[in-house]
Ligand binder design. Sequence first.
Ligand SMILES: [Zn+2]
Length: 75
Amino acid sequence: MSRRCSRPGCAEPATATLAYDYSAGVVWLDDLTDEHHPHDYDLCGHHATSLSVPIGWSLRDQRRGTQGHLRVVAG
Ligand SMILES: [Zn+2]
């Protein structure tokens, strides 16, 4: 099982999951979740890192460091 970045025109494999809370104005970036939730977005490393949030929102990057953390998802 592998998922792709949800950004239009991007075919990179997803490495992070984006979730948000409209009422709190918070966006979270986490390591890719095992299950896809309908309100979350999967992003590749590039789009996760270059993500910007609207003015007044806060972004919380909770991804683990990539050093020594290589995750292989077998079919
Ligand atoms: Zn992407």
